[in-house]
Ligand binder design. Structure first.
Ligand code: SF4
Length: 186
């Protein structure tokens, strides 16, 4: 019973801005869709090494990824909208990561978790990609080697903010097309 009360409080904090009266709420489509997107992110975990272990802890009961409505992991890019890259990405793995990104439907967001994914980390070598933003656009970076689960959750919440506040027109805009074109993505 107490769980239900907590959930009610949580939902009341999420109320949409708009005009409301007895039995009705008038708001904008952007706000309604943004709220739905924010609370239904489906992650695709692209974990290659130790940062992936931190993600496993993030998924477990102590940190409870399910509180974001994001406990349903997708290993199919077409049914995912938040790509979480966790671990060292070798240059040989780059084309695979890029293909996964390209197969995701819009709107899609990318979270770069940890020093290796964000910058190559300690592996300043010929074989390691020095940051995934060399091949795909990144929305949020999580620092650390490894980042604690709390930091991963903080990164996810930043993605939630982006998802909630993004204009419905952004993905069809010339600026967005230009961003993708700068990565050679159509
Ligand atoms: S950032 Fe550190 S913990 Fe994460 S994959 Fe690289 S070496 Fe491992």
């Amino acid at each position: 019973m107490s769980d239900i009360n907590v959930r009610k409080v949580h939902l009341s904090n999420e109320r949409l801005e708009g005009y409301e009266g007895h039995g009705f709420l008038a708001t904008t489509l952007d706000r309604a869709v943004g709220m739905a997107r924010k609370n239904s992110l489906w992650p695709l975990p692209f974990a290659t090494s130790c940062c992936g272990i931190e993600f496993m802890a993030t998924m477990a009961s102590h940190y409870d990824f399910g509180r974001f409505g994001a406990e349903r992991l997708s290993f199919s890019p077409r049914q995912a909208d938040m790509l979480m890259v966790m671990g060292t990405i070798a240059k040989k793995m780059g084309p695979v990561l890029r293909q996964v990104y390209e197969q995701m439907a819009e709107p899609r967001w990318v979270l770069s978790v940890g020093a290796c994914a964000s910058s190559g980390g300690i592996f300043d070598t010929y074989s390691v990609l020095q940051g995934i933003d060399r091949i795909i656009p990144v929305d949020v970076y999580v620092p650390g080697c490894p980042p604690r689960p709390e930091m991963i959750l903080d990164g996810v919440m930043k993605i939630q903010e982006l998802a909630q506040n993004e204009s419905l027109r952004r993905r069809n805009s010339a600026e967005y097309a230009e961003l993708l074109a700068s990565y050679g993505i159509k």
